[in-house]
Write a protein that binds this ligand. Structure first.
Ligand SMILES: Nc1nc2c(c(=O)[nH]1)N[C@H]1C(S)=C(S)[C@@H](COP(=O)(O)O)O[C@H]1N2
Ligand SMILES: [Mo]
Length: 285
């Protein structure tokens, strides 16, 4: 957990006493209620592997991380509140005033969207939202992964906006299909002989079907894929390669299980996430 990327607006990490923590569920619902930490722990919790991704992650960047989360399905929590006709958004708010707008449809479509209390077999670390946060496969963190969450308001996109939406980011943030080369590192000098190119690719909730690598503008080659934990997690890939001494470059693209090929179109992170193929330059000694 100490190695997991961290992104938030908190200058000082909120320190919440779990014995006084409460989640208020309200808004366009038939039944408003509040939930205490003890009540939450008594519910039927489930564990899910989910790769979180930040919308500010540049192509090839490291603002993505995978963990096993323990929590209660948001779908079941919302079912208890019974959302009213016309509601299409859940605005989650943290103890320190951050907020995120998640489509109600996404939180209730059967994916493992969780109100999480555990991370990799431990209570949530303070920096990652102790005592309770949200984790939603397939949505960037800024529209879903509210840490130190204390309030869920069922509402409409037409009526409410969230923290980053008010600062120029898109109101909806599905995670874009992406892949990354982790080795060799940019400008690394690898020894002559057989070498392995490797990295990771993700398409949360859909899954990765294929990863292809192009070395020195040659033909696209299929990489070997590691086993998939779940469709909500990134997938490691590798390609054995032997190159002549000198300078080389490699680029990567992924294909997901819907048959979508990762686009080469370069987009900046603002307003809804970076796109384009990751490329590294390296040399063989
Ligand atoms: N309270 C709070 N929750 C937050 C944020 C924040 O600024 N404040 N940032 C979000 C963003 S942009 C991301 S990418 C994820 C990152 O979660 P992590 O720090 O556990 O990796 O948390 C989300 N939850
Ligand atoms: Mo983020």
């Amino acid at each position: 957990n100490g190695d997991f990327y961290r992104i938030d607006t908190a200058l000082a990490v909120p320190r919440i006493d779990p014995s006084t923590w409460e989640l208020r569920v309200h808004g366009m619902v038939e039944e408003e209620f509040t939930l205490s930490f003890t009540e939450l722990l008594e519910l039927d919790l489930q564990e899910s592997w989910v790769t979180l991704t930040c919308v500010s992650n540049p192509v090839g960047g490291e603002l993505a991380g995978n963990a096993k989360w323990l929590g209660y399905p948001l779908q079941d929590l919302l079912a208890r509140a019974r959302p009213q006709e016309g509601a299409d958004m859940v605005l989650s708010t943290s103890a320190d005033g951050f907020s995120a707008s998640s489509p109600l449809e996404v939180l209730t479509d059967g994916r493992d969207a969780l109100l999480a209390v555990g991370m990799n077999g431990e209570p949530l670390p303070l920096e990652h939202g102790f005592p309770v946060r949200m984790v939603v496969p397939g949505l960037y963190g800024y529209v879903s992964a509210t840490k130190w969450v204390v309030d869920l308001e069922v509402t409409r996109f037409a009526d409410k906006t969230a923290y980053w939406t008010d600062r120029g980011w898109a109101e909806r943030g599905p995670i874009k299909l992406a892949s990354r080369i982790d080795v060799p590192r940019g400008f690394e000098a690898v020894p002559a002989g057989a070498t392995v190119l490797g990295g990771t690719a993700w398409s949360q909730t859909i899954g990765i079907d294929r990863v292809q690598v192009q070395v020195d503008d040659g033909a696209w080659q299929d990489a070997t894929l590691a086993a998939e934990a779940t469709a909500d997690t990134w997938r490691q890939w590798s390609l054995e390669w032997e190159g002549e001494p000198g300078n080389h470059k490699a680029r990567v693209r992924a294909v997901n299980r819907d048959g979508e090929v990762q686009t080469s179109d370069r987009a900046d992170t603002v307003p809804d996430g970076a796109s384009g193929w990751h490329e590294v330059q390296f040399s063989v000694e």
